[in-house]
Design a protein around this ligand. Structure first.
Ligand code: 87F
Length: 470
């Protein structure tokens, strides 16, 4: 099936850790899990036509059971607003029923036609989608930001991936939302931005369509204020691209199922004393809370094993040879920076536990430094295109006009074609395609009085983050 991929245990395990991390954050904010059906009726899906804008072609439909046509085609959920909100409308009557805070972990199907890529662009993927209803606009915006913060923390504290929190431009806002907020990531190998997750302030757009009303404290009937927010298995693809190197995967320690692999340095059979020491070390590590695996396979040599675990990104390799045993030491090799250390066996578990946190911080900092070094500032079109051709993302003063962003998309695509011709480059190492806003970062540098938009030269009101993106 084109565009559909198996999640084998080594990747599914990462998803389980992401689920564990986010699920706790959601529950800390009072969100409860639920599960809605996979199918949506044509009538419900097409109720809010505006939100389907641009997406309709991606909806997959079931038209038959056995040999007989269904009376009405049934859609497979591409997202669950239109499945959930009719139920929300039945459940919400008064302000006492609010806020309603629900989440579901599920699969969704979007029939993409662009080239599929594992994790990044797949026709079926796993995600969580949160949907809430509130009594006031302020409460809903508060929640949008809380969930964006949970996503930011998941990238930072679990996946060691830096992200930029911000609000989407009008052009990039979800058609069913008043505001879309996002965390944006940077992939250095090709200079593209990638959206890490989104959190939408839906306003009353859906509640009006689905008659989701409540009686407020003054007995006035109002439409509920809603939010929706999602985080998908695409994050695994981002994590892989951001941390890995030419020797394979590099896993941040908090998602690694095996955090340290222990390898005896012997040619054939492991002598009993060394075997006993391996077990002793493994037990010490386990007691300290380090997820350790002893690779004492006798049918592979140490070199093969080094390669095997390096390719799989295991954060720490611990080698124990006869000489190390004599000295009561081990050799420790860190995957992410190839650092080698000779450490005493005594207290190794405690030492490694600290080291895993240092690895996490080291990986985060490396990704952050890379991103910052590849974030250019542009004051005008020339600087913008130069930065783009260096495969950078760009902070630039902007007017926020939708027609301006449309023009940037058009002009950047055209100019990058020209750049390939002018530079005589085969085009293999330079990126083509249009640039757009990734988001308008929450953290805004001060704009000097009279600053102009880098693209259209009307007055700039914000600094936006721009780039080619996934
Ligand atoms: C594809 C087909 C049909 C995205 C689609 O971001 C509909 C859609 O509504 C669609 N692709 N979207 C937007 C999803 C919005 C929102 N839903 C809940 C999220 C987060 C989770």
């Amino acid at each position: 099936m084109s565009g559909c991929y198996i999640l084998r245990p080594n990747s599914y395990m990462i998803w389980e850790r992401i689920q564990g991390f986010l699920d706790k954050k959601f529950k800390d904010h009072g969100v409860r899990n639920c599960y809605f059906p996979l199918f949506v009726t044509k009538r419900a899906l097409e109720k809010e036509e505006g939100h389907l804008e641009g997406f309709a072609a991606e909806v997959a439909w079931v038209t038959k059971s056995g040999q007989s046509d269904l009376a009405e085609p049934i859609a497979i959920r591409p997202t669950s607003e239109t499945i959930m909100y009719p139920a929300f409308a039945k459940w919400i009557h008064t302000h006492r029923d609010l806020p309603l805070l629900l989440n579901q972990w599920s699969n969704v199907v979007r029939w993409e036609f662009k080239h599929p890529t594992p994790f990044i662009r797949t026709r079926e993927f796993l995600w969580q989608e949160g949907h809430t209803a509130h009594a006031t606009s302020e409460d809903s915006l508060d929640f949008v930001k809380k969930m964006l913060e949970a996503y930011y923390e998941c990238y930072k504290d679990l996946l060691a991936v830096p992200s930029v929190r911000g609000i989407k431009s009008r052009e990039e806002t979800f058609a069913g939302a008043d505001e879309s907020h996002s965390v944006e990531l940077f992939v250095d190998s090709n200079g593209r931005g990638i959206q890490g997750a989104t959190s939408h302030k839906l306003g009353q757009n859906f509640s009006k369509m689905f008659d989701m009303n409540f009686q407020d404290e003054h007995n006035q009937v109002q439409h509920a204020w809603q939010t929706s927010w999602g985080f998908s298995t695409r994050s695994i693809g981002s994590l892989i691209m951001i941390h890995s190197d030419d020797d394979g995967l590099v896993l941040p320690p908090r998602v690694a199922d095996i955090q340290a692999v222990l390898i005896p340095i012997v040619m054939k059979d492991t002598p009993p004393a060394l075997q006993a020491k391996l077990q002793e070390i493994a037990n010490d590590l386990k007691t300290s809370g380090v997820r350790v695996h002893v690779d004492d396979r006798t049918n592979y040599n140490p070199g093969y094993k080094f390669n095997h675990w390096e390719l799989r990104g295991i954060p720490v390799r611990i080698e124990l040879g006869p000489k190390d045993l004599e000295n009561s030491e081990v050799k420790v090799v860190l995957r992410y920076n190839k650092e080698k250390l000779q450490l005493p066996i005594a207290g190794l578990g405690e030492r490694l536990l600290v080291m895993l946190d240092e690895i996490h911080e080291g990986m985060y900092k490396r990704a952050l430094d890379t991103r910052d070094a590849r974030t250019s500032h542009a004051a005008n079109w020339k600087e913008f295109m130069e930065a783009l051709n260096k495969k950078n993302i760009i902070l630039a003063p902007w007017c926020t006009q939708q027609k301006c962003e449309k023009e940037v998309k058009r002009r950047s695509a055209e100019d990058s074609k020209q750049y390939i011709i002018d530079s005589g480059d085969s085009g293999e190492d330079v990126l083509t395609g249009s640039a757009k806003t990734l988001n308008v970062p929450y953290e805004q540098p001060a704009l000097a009085e009279g600053t102009c938009c880098f693209a259209c030269e009307s007055p700039a009101t914000v600094t936006a983050l721009w780039g080619r993106s996934y």
